[in-house]
Ligand binder design. Structure first.
Ligand SMILES: NC(=O)C1=CN([C@@H]2O[C@H](COP(=O)(O)OP(=O)(O)OC[C@H]3O[C@@H](n4cnc5c(N)ncnc54)[C@H](OP(=O)(O)O)[C@@H]3O)[C@@H](O)[C@H]2O)C=CC1
Ligand SMILES: N[C@@H](C=O)C(=O)O
Length: 263
């Protein structure tokens, strides 16, 4: 059953680059109006202008730092004041850190948890009631294959993504009869600005996918009758995630420690 996005509105966090910009592009191509959020206003405007002219959809740009308490309510009241109702929410903004935990900067890891976990939960809580009553859209939370095992060298990042996966699958179950499709998207290494922000390319495990492949996986999963609570992008990543869930925990930690290099 193909989802109909035409005439609905999607709020996408982290839409100034990478997977967020690609979600914006694929949803606009299906006729969805957009609300784009991230910190870099110029990059959001570039994405917005391109999609307005290609697809004739309404695109609202909200430059905002989401790594602060209360962002869910702030976004909701800003959009209510503009009479914009959100049918689809793509919680995509996030970043990673890569070093031994003892060497991590306490302020940076606090921001990482605020953005990857606290903001995602807060924004979901703020918009879920409206999305449940609309029942025309989807909630997609971007987790990672990092969610399937502890990752020495990326301890905080892996834990934030394990949270996102667990949280989203639980919400998917709670809302399964509501008409809202809820999905945790688990990409493996993907060619975006993620590894530049991380400051290391050696944390990329396996063959890189493109943003188009990863977002295509999510859109396809949402189109399926009986959308799963989570989906892993790419068959190699699916096999690896399957092993990670079946092997003894000590073995998966040791494998992850070797796979993520230079920490
Ligand atoms: N690339 C990969 O290999 C993988 C990525 N992921 C996940 O995918 C998601 C998207 O990352 P990806 O596209 O790869 O990386 P990018 O670095 O390209 O995109 C990250 C996005 O998040 C936004 N962002 C970062 N910090 C904030 C903030 N404080 N407030 C608001 N927006 C913010 C950035 O915009 P701006 O700087 O303008 O604020 C940007 O739009 C993340 O959750 C990441 O963990 C998961 C698995 C693999
Ligand atoms: N899964 C990616 C990040 O989330 C990675 O391979 O590092």
């Amino acid at each position: 059953m193909t989802m109909t996005y035409s005439g609905t509105t999607a709020l996408i966090t982290g839409a100034s680059s990478g997977l967020g910009a690609e979600f914006a592009s694929q949803l606009a191509a299906r006729g969805s109006h957009l609300v784009l959020v991230a910190r870099r206003a110029d990059r959001l405007e570039e994405v917005a202008q391109d999609l307005r002219s290609k697809h004739g959809v309404n695109v609202t740009v909200l430059p905002m730092d989401l790594g602060r308490p209360g962002v869910g309510r702030e976004l909701l009241s800003e959009l209510s004041s503009r009479d914009i109702t959100v049918d689809t929410l793509i919680n995509n903004a996030g970043f990673g850190t890569h070093s031994a935990f003892v060497d991590e900067d306490p302020e940076v890891i606090a921001s990482e948890i605020s953005l990857n976990v606290a903001a995602l939960v807060d924004i979901t809580r703020a918009f879920l009631p409206g999305m449940l009553s609309s029942a025309k859209g989807a909630l997609v939370n971007v987790a990672s294959t990092a969610a399937f095992q502890p990752i020495p060298g990326m301890a905080v990042y892996g834990a934030t993504k394990a949270f996102v996966l667990s949280f989203t699958e639980a919400v998917a179950h709670e809302t399964k009869d509501s008409g809202l499709n809820v999905l945790a998207l688990c990409p493996g290494a993907t060619r975006t600005e993620f590894f530049d922000v991380l400051g290391s390319q050696s944390a990329a495990v396996g063959r890189m996918q493109t943003s188009a492949q990863v977002v295509g996986t999510a859109i396809k999963a949402l189109d399926r009758k009986g959308t799963p609570g989570s989906v892993v992008s790419g068959w190699v990543n699916r096999v690896a995630a399957g092993f990670a869930q079946r092997l003894p925990r000590a073995v998966t930690v040791a494998i992850a420690a070797r796979a993520v290099q230079d920490w």
